[in-house]
Design a binder for this molecule. Structure first.
Ligand SMILES: Nc1ncnc2c1ncn2[C@@H]1O[C@H](COP(=O)(O)OP(=O)(O)OP(=O)(O)O)[C@@H](O)[C@H]1O
Ligand SMILES: [Mg+2]
Length: 425
């Protein structure tokens, strides 16, 4: 067979080469996790001690037989203490992979965090000699040390409660296990009492009965509550809720969200809430991060994101929301086109081919994140000049237009790309 690469076709030879390279990479990253490190090697100072988590330039890849899937590509955002940060984005944009990276639970050995920092502001760590608050860099923290952080300081409510609960053990057994892990000094009877109390806290009406049930005997909403109870059992500082209400009807959804909000207020923890649902975000979140194809494209306060959407993708998302006032005769708006293939990501803006405000410079380098207000940033060339005006102290060369080989004829270039894509299909 010839080594010709026609569209998505991979020859046997190429496939072997990819597998060989993957094995090398996976072995390398796995060996890093097993290293015995001194605590000073995986603790770093926080940029802002009021944040519970700071994610900076996170890169997570999956080494697959068809190539490296760049699921998360230079993601940066902060989760402040006692706040709810909503993460929104299309299916497959890397929301779950970002959250799994924070927990060090990316499916290994194929999935590996290959770059960046995740700083977790743990109360167990003090200050460095310059008086800066120290944090764990989760990317470098050894697996053994992670057992003390995961579940206790950071816990997660997974996307699907049925697959996250073990079907062959009772709810009580599974809850006790978690409670016991974080409270090893308590007796068996005390642990049972604590687990029942947790079930009561999340609004389960017959906690003693539910304690003895198996997961299949509960409704979807009850299972979701059990997951929340498990997540809260260790008194976490950060709860990552990955689409906690997707499988539920709207009444239960509202109850679960209210419960999460209430618990966040009373326990004083932060929540990273992942969802597709902009309504949920508007109701729950204080700050919003919008992701697209593994990158953050806009972030700001909930007010800024909903009242002043900047990125054309965010504007499209807002338009695709069904409203009670929208006309039934008009079809609901949808953003045309598809997300690019994560194995072959282009160098230019990933949204370019779907964007209705595309310009010449969009065919150039990927737009950097630009700050348009102290809390609002966007990665779009449309706002390069606005961002430059807002940052008078920064270097003046920041917003210079980059001449690229593609930038000569935008319409021609886009047309060519479309023809290429059609050909590849
Ligand atoms: N185990 C895996 N092996 C290979 N690729 C994976 C794996 N897990 C995730 N990916 C890829 O990583 C990308 C991001 O996936 P992720 O699960 O984070 O999406 P998501 O934003 O959570 O989507 P959804 O809203 O549907 O849950 C996708 O392109 C997906 O195909
Ligand atoms: Mg997901």
């Amino acid at each position: 067979m010839k080594e010709k690469n026609k569209g998505n076709y991979i020859s046997l030879r190429e496939s072997r080469k990819i597998i060989k390279e993957n094995v090398r990479q996976m072995k390398y990253y796995e060996s890093l996790k097993r290293r015995k490190l001194d605590i000073s090697e995986y603790t770093v100072p926080m940029k802002n001690p009021d944040n519970i988590v700071e994610i900076e330039d996170l890169e997570t890849c999956f080494f697959t037989d068809t190539g490296t899937v760049k699921s998360v590509h230079g993601v940066s955002f902060d989760v402040p203490k006692n706040k709810v940060v909503g993460v929104v984005g299309e299916s497959g944009c890397g929301k779950s992979v970002t959250s799994l990276s924070i927990m060090q639970l990316v499916q290994a050995p194929q999935g590996q965090v290959v770059g960046g920092q995740i700083r977790f502001n743990s109360s167990e760590l003090g200050y460095d000699d310059k008086g800066r608050k120290l944090a764990y860099d989760i990317v470098r923290t050894p697996t053994q040390e992670m057992y003390n952080i995961r579940g206790k300081d950071i816990s997660m409510i997974f996307q699907d409660p049925m697959t996250s609960l073990n079907p062959v053990f009772t709810i009580g057994y599974q809850l006790d296990e978690v409670s016991f892990l974080h409270r090893p000094n308590l007796s068996k009877a005390e642990i049972k009492e604590y687990s029942i109390e947790m079930l009561k806290k999340v609004g389960i009406s017959m906690p003693e009965h539910t304690y003895k049930c198996y997961p299949h005997e509960l409704s979807g909403g009850m299972r979701q509550r059990v997951m929340i109870a498990m997540a809260l059992a260790g008194d976490p500082k950060l709860i990552i809720a990955d689409e906690p209400t997707t499988a539920l009807d709207v009444t239960i959804q509202a109850q679960i969200l209210e419960l999460l909000r209430e618990l966040q207020r009373t326990q004083g923890c932060s929540i990273m809430l992942i969802t597709h649902d902009l309504g949920v975000i508007a109701e729950m979140a204080d700050e919003v991060v919008i992701m697209y194809a593994g990158r953050v494209i806009e972030k700001g306060t909930v007010h800024e994101i909903f009242h002043n959407p900047l990125h054309p993708y965010n504007i499209g998302l807002q338009k695709s929301k069904p409203l009670i006032t929208s006309s039934v005769s008009e079809p609901l708006y949808s953003i045309p086109g598809q997300v690019p293939n994560p194995i072959n990501l282009p160098d230019h803006c990933y949204f370019m081919n779907r964007c209705n405000r595309c310009m010449e410079r969009c065919a150039g380098a990927y737009p950097e994140m630009r700050q348009v207000s102290p809390t609002h940033s966007v990665a779009c060339h449309l706002y390069a000049d606005v961002a430059a005006e807002n940052k008078p102290q920064s270097a003046s060369g920041g917003s210079k237009k980059k001449k690229t080989p593609f930038a000569k004829n935008r319409v021609k270039y886009i047309e060519e790309r479309r023809i290429e894509q059609r050909g590849a299909k």
